[in-house]
Design a protein around this ligand. Structure first.
Ligand SMILES: Cc1cc2nc3c(=O)[nH]c(=O)nc-3n(C[C@H](O)[C@H](O)[C@H](O)COP(=O)(O)O)c2cc1C
Length: 173
């Protein structure tokens, strides 16, 4: 069984990226299990909090990343890059120095939004960052006009192309 840890880099209640994360279990191929990690309570990175002991949620995050075979990060595109929430997850998971559990990890990056751009700047920057941390990005999935790609009031993706891209991405691990 391949276990993937999935995060949304948006704290917005109606976030499209969070909806995509919640859609993943139904799209995962056999043998791939998705564990969703809620980062709502993750504090803003502060080196003063990152000592011998760390906040409980940070310890839980680091353990979950370490135990996973890979991570799936869905980030909003903000100002032509990833969100600060996304960077915050990565910063916490990149420490302790040289031992951070995200270092060298396989990942899949996702960026969806209602605009026409399909999150491509976000995907480019996020892929570059994870690569600099020694990881391999096995799949990169963007989608424009994503508000048209879900069933109303549900997390079911009705757009075949997006659903297939996500399934193929999960299979790439
Ligand atoms: C501060 C800010 C900056 C944004 N910059 C971009 C951008 O550069 N490119 C883009 O396509 N959308 C941009 N958007 C639109 C977001 O990508 C869109 O609101 C998206 O739905 C946010 O993700 P979420 O639905 O997961 O919260 C921006 C939104 C905000 C709030």
């Amino acid at each position: 069984m391949t276990t993937l840890l999935a995060f949304s880099g948006s704290l917005r209640a109606a976030s499209f990226n969070s909806r995509v994360i919640r859609a993943l279990p139904a799209l995962a191929p056999e043998g791939v299990s998705i564990v969703q990690f809620d980062v709502t309570d993750l504090p803003f990175y502060n080196q003063d909090l990152d000592g011998e002991t760390v906040p409980e949620v940070v310890a839980a995050l680091r353990t979950a990343v370490a135990e996973a075979d890979g991570v799936v990060i869905a980030s909003p595109e903000y100002n032509h890059s990833y969100s600060a929430v996304t960077k915050n997850i990565i910063d916490w998971a990149s420490r302790p120095l040289m031992q951070g559990p995200i270092l060298g990890k396989k990942s899949m990056v996702i960026a969806v939004g209602p605009g026409p751009g399909g999150g491509r700047h976000c995907l480019e920057d996020l892929g570059k960052l994870l690569g600099l941390l020694g990881g391999t990005v096995v799949a990169s999935v963007g989608a424009a006009k994503v508000h048209e790609k879900f069933a109303p009031d549900s997390d079911v993706i009705t757009d075949d192309e997006l659903a297939t891209d996500l399934s193929n991405g999960l299979a790439a691990f």
